[in-house]
Design a binder for this molecule. Structure first.
Ligand code: ADP
Ligand code: ADP
Length: 230
């Protein structure tokens, strides 16, 4: 068991009003699952993503990640856990424009103090996993949107995280590039990685093997498919 949320609540105080962004979420996600979190705007998806991704802590409840309670960690410990265990992919790619694909992918390893030769090797391997071995020395603006997002996926992979979290990863892509990006997540999942996707698009959620529907800060439906769709 990789992830277990138990009675997770998150409240925000807005003047006199208390917003229950998460109102008691129980969720277990096993290693190697491919899960989409779906729901309308304001349902609590981002809040859940921020908690699952160790960017934020619950107000109440427990979050066990790889057997460690993270709900009660301090900021520094939370950041260490995040950097070690989670790879993030964002809607807006978040690549550095003056660095080529290979340098962008190697960056988390620079922060992690990995020596140069090993950085180069691991970044090249991660780029090969997303089919960009021939684009290593292109700048982001020399790549298509889909290719940029694949660079971002390679960057998320380079630290060999337990979990890859993607927040609306196809939101800035056309349908064809979006499907290519989803195909990469499916391949990574087939190779055993845990993938969690946040989306409000049913067509994108279809690529996952499990869809968790969120509404008003609660899980209202949890669907599993027996086989991945073709
Ligand atoms: P989604 O990602 O599904 O759009 P969010 O998790 O962003 O939903 O928001 C869930 C609820 O919590 C919404 O009512 C939103 O307005 C509220 N909320 C989210 N973040 C904050 C915040 N920092 N301060 C106050 N309210 C917030
Ligand atoms: P999107 O483009 O999908 O809306 P954002 O780039 O706005 O995503 O990022 C979503 C949240 O994650 C923001 O709160 C942001 O501060 C945080 N964030 C962005 N990049 C990182 C990162 N590399 N590590 C940790 N948190 C990040």
């Amino acid at each position: 068991m990789t992830i277990a949320l138990s009675d997770v609540r998150k409240t925000y105080q807005m003047g006199d009003t208390v917003v229950n962004a998460l109102a008691g979420v129980d969720l277990v996600i096993g290693a190697g699952e491919f899960t989409a979190i779906m729901g309308p705007s304001g349902s609590g998806k981002s809040t859940m993503m921020n908690i699952l991704g160790c960017l934020d802590r619950p107000t109440h409840g427990s979050y066990m990640l790889d057997g460690q309670e993270v709900a009660t960690l301090g900021d520094d410990e939370l950041a260490i856990t995040r950097n070690k265990k989670i790879g993030f992919v964002f809607q807006s790619f978040n690549l550095l424009p003056r660095m080529d694909a290979h340098q962008n992918v190697a960056l988390p390893l620079v922060y992690g103090g990995v020596a140069k030769a090993e950085r180069n090797e691991r970044a090249a391997k991660a780029l090969a996993m997303v089919g960009l071995e021939t684009r290593m020395h292109h700048l982001p603006n020399e790549l298509s949107g889909g290719q940029r997002q694949r660079v971002a996926i390679a960057r998320a992979l380079v630290n060999e995280p337990t979990i890859i979290m993607a927040d609306e990863p196809t939101g800035n892509l056309d349908t064809k590039s979006g499907n290519e990006v989803m195909e990469i997540f499916r391949n990574l999942n087939a190779l055993g990685r845990t993938v969690i996707l946040v989306t409000h698009e049913p067509d994108i959620a279809e690529h996952a093997r499990r869809v968790v529907h969120v509404r008003d800060g609660l899980i209202v439906r949890d669907e599993r498919k027996e086989r991945p769709p073709c």
